[in-house]
Design a protein around this ligand. Sequence first.
Ligand SMILES: *[C@@H]1O[C@H](CO)[C@@H](O)[C@H](O)[C@H]1NC(C)=O
Ligand SMILES: *[C@@H]1O[C@H](CO)[C@@H](O)[C@H](O)[C@H]1NC(C)=O
Ligand SMILES: *[C@@H]1O[C@H](CO)[C@@H](O)[C@H](O)[C@H]1NC(C)=O
Ligand SMILES: *[C@@H]1O[C@H](CO)[C@@H](O)[C@H](O)[C@H]1NC(C)=O
Ligand SMILES: *[C@@H]1O[C@H](CO)[C@@H](O)[C@H](O)[C@H]1NC(C)=O
Ligand SMILES: *[C@@H]1O[C@H](CO)[C@@H](O)[C@H](O)[C@H]1NC(C)=O
Ligand SMILES: *[C@@H]1O[C@H](CO)[C@@H](O)[C@H](O)[C@H]1NC(C)=O
Ligand SMILES: *[C@@H]1O[C@H](CO)[C@@H](O)[C@H](O)[C@H]1NC(C)=O
Ligand SMILES: *[C@@H]1O[C@H](CO)[C@@H](O)[C@H](O)[C@H]1NC(C)=O
Length: 510
Amino acid sequence: MFNRQREWLPRSHKYSPLPTAARSRNVQAPVSTTWTEQGRRHAIMKLAMVGVLVVVALFPWPAMRQQSPPTGSCDTALHGFTCLPEISHSWGQYSPFYSVNSDISRSTPKGCEVTFAQVLSRHGARDPTASKTAIYSALVQRIHDRVTDYGKGYGFINNYNYTLGADELSPFGQQELVNSGIKFYKRYQHLTRQAVPFLRTSGQNRVVESARNWTQGFHQSRLEDKLSNETDAFPYDMLILPEDEGFNNTLSHANCKAFEDGPLSSAGDEAQTAWLQIFAPPIAEKLNQNLPGANLSLTDTIFMMDLCPFNTVADTNGRISPFCGLFTRDEWNGYDYYQTLGKWYGYGNGNPLGATQGVGFVNELIARLTGKAVVDQTTTNATLDGSRDTFPLNRSLYADFSHDNDMVGVFAALGLYNATEPLSNTTKASPRETKGFSSSWTVPFAARMYVEKMTCDDAADEELVRILVNDRVIPLQNCDADTLGRCKLSRFVDSLSFARAGGNWGQCSA
Ligand SMILES: *[C@@H]1O[C@H](CO)[C@@H](O)[C@H](O)[C@H]1NC(C)=O
Ligand SMILES: *[C@@H]1O[C@H](CO)[C@@H](O)[C@H](O)[C@H]1NC(C)=O
Ligand SMILES: *[C@@H]1O[C@H](CO)[C@@H](O)[C@H](O)[C@H]1NC(C)=O
Ligand SMILES: *[C@@H]1O[C@H](CO)[C@@H](O)[C@H](O)[C@H]1NC(C)=O
Ligand SMILES: *[C@@H]1O[C@H](CO)[C@@H](O)[C@H](O)[C@H]1NC(C)=O
Ligand SMILES: *[C@@H]1O[C@H](CO)[C@@H](O)[C@H](O)[C@H]1NC(C)=O
Ligand SMILES: *[C@@H]1O[C@H](CO)[C@@H](O)[C@H](O)[C@H]1NC(C)=O
Ligand SMILES: *[C@@H]1O[C@H](CO)[C@@H](O)[C@H](O)[C@H]1NC(C)=O
Ligand SMILES: *[C@@H]1O[C@H](CO)[C@@H](O)[C@H](O)[C@H]1NC(C)=O
């Protein structure tokens, strides 16, 4: 249960080369972890199971004050918190975080003050999931066994050894989260210098570690900020929500049977398969010409492309892997769209039960924004959300850590991409054409959504709400958003009727 295949694992069985039993999303993958690692996770889970606020003091790290500015990832303060090489912006959910262009200025409007900020973050860059790492390793082996005459530009593959691990955050991914904590601190400085966010994380190891690295960046900034009160003990308290089936966790889907196991569980895969037949054949042909004897299928072609982002983020400095150069810009756009279809039809608006998975989190968000108790009958845990210790309502800052698929469900429950037309399975569309929805624009590694509440001089009667996804302002839907994409709090809450009514949770047991 701790090694659930999260991102990307096909939810239908058609094109997966794995045996049936290993394909189910909840089956424990054959990952090798040391016993200490397992024991450590069990200990963490147990603490969280009884609803205790876990003080994350298990992992000591050196004092932050002496650390030099972060290096390693490509989204540091020095680089304006963005990953510069443009090629890395169209790797779907395997893109390293970058600051997405915003049509509406992302800075806080003049005359306004942010009074509340919630971040919902994906974990940072990681190794491939366990099943994928086995596939990639076998693929490279097959090429080595069969190919003797490598085409021009392909020779490096002959000397390439597959050494990637499975499931865990990479050092590059850790640094992404440290940077993200710094960035959050700086954006909301008048709030962050006075308080530490209330922190929750989903229980999988890479997510917990991401949350921890984020707090390191936050705390480092706090120590450097002469005006901060600096009174909070570090490491900060953090609530860890187990990803066990049966545990109600708003940061990890699992308990909606029809979504997990019914026909809808293969919708994303079906959409991807349709697009694969269209965009991948010329790429497969090119690969097979240059790797004679390899006999790569369309699915293998995707795996070859996957080797680009995964080898890039396995490098501490995010050095662009030579695999990236095997493909053109247009081929990467096709790949990006392939990943986008998987998210849209697998977890987003395109799946009749996608938005329902995000309802519990949205109802918690409404509670935090309005200071009123959580009302929800979907994925929230009434015990945890009913306690001031595990679900306070009087904070100005909240930070939650989760996975890409869960974030896509939350975006759908918020209706953030309701202006997007249903995505075509046969013709690709750019993220601009899809009104900002693409896997790389929404859920790259270390993705983050900010929900802000602000008071403004010229609208003093009521607070306004605004949402940014990876620094792009997403104009709110169906609540009379102004030209800056904002709605009045009460209108925003009204617009979330889908979530307040429990989404389609009633269809989960069908
Ligand atoms: C809810 O949380 C409590 C406290 O952590 C835990 O004991 C219980 O098992 C959880 N129940 C569900 C259904 O998630
Ligand atoms: C790959 O492994 C082989 C055998 O262990 C070794 O000789 C070779 O140097 C390695 N290549 C690279 C690029 O590390
Ligand atoms: C991330 O946190 C771990 C401890 O949880 C620490 O060992 C590691 O150095 C941190 N990474 C960075 C880049 O600071
Ligand atoms: C921190 O300082 C601000 C004023 O700068 C003050 O309002 C707030 O109460 C202080 N918080 C703590 C915990 O001392
Ligand atoms: C794309 O494929 C999915 C899954 O088969 C399907 O539900 C959806 O209707 C298709 N989209 C379009 C626009 O045809
Ligand atoms: C190439 O692979 C396909 C299946 O993807 C198989 O049907 C075919 O026999 C293979 N050809 C060779 C020459 O191995
Ligand atoms: C967990 O969720 C189920 C389904 O919505 C609900 O019936 C149950 O009461 C919840 N349990 C807790 C402890 O909140
Ligand atoms: C929130 O309320 C708790 C008690 O319910 C109190 O201890 C805490 O100081 C309050 N925090 C803020 C930021 O007001
Ligand atoms: C988004 O669209 C869904 C499906 O039509 C609808 O149920 C929901 O209320 C919409 N959300 C918003 C905020 O408009």
